[in-house]
Design a protein around this ligand. Sequence first.
Ligand code: TRP
Length: 347
Amino acid sequence: MKNIILTGERPTGPLHIGHYVGSLKNRVKIQNEGNYDEMYLFAADAQALTDNFEDPKKVKDNVFEVALDNLACGIDPEKVNYFIQSEVSELTELTFYYMNLVTIARLHRNPTVKEEIKLRGFEESIPAGFFTYPVSQTADITAFKANIVPVGDDQLPMIEQAREIVRKFNSIYGETLVEPEAVLPENENERRLVGIDGNAKMSKSLGNCIYLKDSEEEIRKKVFSMYTDPNHIKIEDPGKVEGNVVFTYLDVFCKEDSFEKFLPEYKNLDELKAHYMRGGLGDMKIKRFLNDVLQEELRPIRERRELLAKDPQKIYEILKKGTQKAREKARQTLKEVKEAMMLNYFE
Ligand code: TRP
């Protein structure tokens, strides 16, 4: 069997470091390891419209922003077909056929959709397009016969639903589609990075994000406003490391040489944590350290992003080329799907 990798995101805003550690870093690593036959990445603009249909400009502008973020993080268009979902109309057609294979009750049970419905205040009246987006997501994955889908853990229910639809399709119409598997980042804290306020999720609507495009000064301000331990008032007080955002981030971003470079009086994170818990280590010091670590990681990304943003035409060329390739593949799968469903009258 071929190894085909696919992932994407809704272009509803510039990407933040939660996306970066939860998904972008992983996809760039997979890209560079090269252990695949085809790799696809896409802007899920049609899916973004399911809850932003009143704001098409926001979605359109963010296709560009998110492309900048991905390319700045190291996505290489020579290795990855980067496409725009709405430009591959085969995906919409597949969605229509897959709708038959899923019940309303099953869609209601999808925990991610449930949470999103609550978040958006859709309880009273859910737009049908939004409610059924897991089906469209199944089309995104299966159109390319993707077997590996690198995502953050909020996407697991989507992959599970896709697997069910694939199994049902294959059992009714014959072996046609490939069951996908999710690939998550290894580190627990990376899978869902907490917000700078300590909220379980970093999200634009909560205003607790650090963006990949943030300036040095913006990052610094955000780090120094981070939630730590509210009971750690005086430097001598013993502090809590658990639930302390600065330490959660250090767990994720600290590198082997970070201490040597920025805080040589400690050997490693365990030592720093022990001191904090014992008392005698102030928040300013750990924040200054985290700021150094974060700036080092984000600076090259921001600089590449600024460079790329100067040539929008080039970004659109990349997306256009990726979209053409994606279309070819999706057309072939749609043909197989329709044949399996006996929808081939004129051949
Ligand atoms: N639901 C994903 C998000 O919110 C985007 C997405 C759409 C996706 N289709 C996909 C991700 C297929 C992986 C595979 O970001």
